[in-house]
Design a protein around this ligand. Structure first.
Ligand code: SAM
Length: 247
């Protein structure tokens, strides 16, 4: 996997820490699922592709809507955790740039916390190909809400702003996806020291560091929440953009 020619080098980190990803990463709030249902028609009788599904943090919520869900994910370790964690979903190996799906076969594509890894033009061409005419696309990102001081300090420790993932903030996603709607939802993930440690180790560029460096980041991060009783809230802003590029 480390040299998967389909993917950017940093994504190799996802193959090293799928368990930490599943334990530490946030899901998505009910209001985000409500947008997918109400605006894009996700539900029974609709075929939804969760692209770059990871361990299935969004996938499992799509299944609950009654939609027929296929998950596409290129990293073997993530796919394995997804298949063990989420039932009622078809899991396929594939990338955004070469989706393993027929033309005109999907009603809605979702991309959660992943579009920054894609070749945008190639991915959009593939998404348009697999969508039925009038088909929809939703892009979601969970952003740590840095208005809380320890969360801002956490981002500093991770040097998050110097890494590729932070580039999504400077991206005009409405233009990239030809979007027509957007929403921001504030919510909180309950955390313990153990899940916060997993959160640190789940970051692709952290998982690729040696153990001593990873442990330094974990120790510095845990010091930020030393006085907080468990569970303590980790505040997030889920940012969503959607449109109908299949039209
Ligand atoms: C931060 S994770 C997000 C996973 C999941 N969607 C979630 O919300 O938790 C990013 C995922 O994108 C996948 N990925 C990276 N490059 C990709 C590509 N070119 N095509 C499809 N998936 C890709 C990674 O393997 C990883 O599982």
């Amino acid at each position: 996997m480390a040299d998967d020619p389909r993917l950017l080098a940093d994504t190799a980190g996802f193959d090293l820490a799928p368990g930490d990803y599943e334990a530490g990463r946030p899901g998505y709030p009910p209001q985000a699922v409500a947008v997918l249902v109400e605006e894009l028609g996700v539900g029974p009788g609709r075929r939804v592709c969760d692209l770059a599904a990871g361990t299935g943090k969004l996938t499992r919520l799509l299944v609950v809507t009654g939609a027929e869900v296929v998950a596409v994910e290129p990293v073997e370790g993530m796919r394995r955790t997804l298949a063990e964690t989420v039932t009622g979903v078809t899991v396929l190996d594939g990338t955004a740039e070469a989706m393993p799906l027929p033309d005109d076969s999907i009603d809605v594509v979702t991309v959660a916390q992943a579009f920054h890894w894609f070749d945008r033009a190639a991915a959009m061409a593939e998404i348009r190909r697999v969508l039925v005419p009038g088909g929809g696309l939703a892009v979601l990102f969970n952003e740590r809400d840095e208005r809380t001081a320890w969360v801002a300090a956490f981002s500093e420790i991770l040097e998050w702003h110097s890494h590729r993932v932070s580039g999504y903030k400077a991206t005009d996603w409405a233009t990239v996806i030809d979007g027509e709607g957007q929403r921001t939802i504030g919510w909180e993930q309950p955390m313990t020291r153990s899940t916060l440690e997993a959160r640190v180790r789940s970051i692709s560029y952290v998982a690729l560091m040696d153990e001593a460096e990873q442990q330094r980041l974990v120790t510095e991060t845990l010091a930020l929440v030393g006085g907080l009783p468990e569970p303590f809230p980790m505040p997030y802003l889920t940012r969503m953009w959607w449109g109908w590029p299949g039209r």
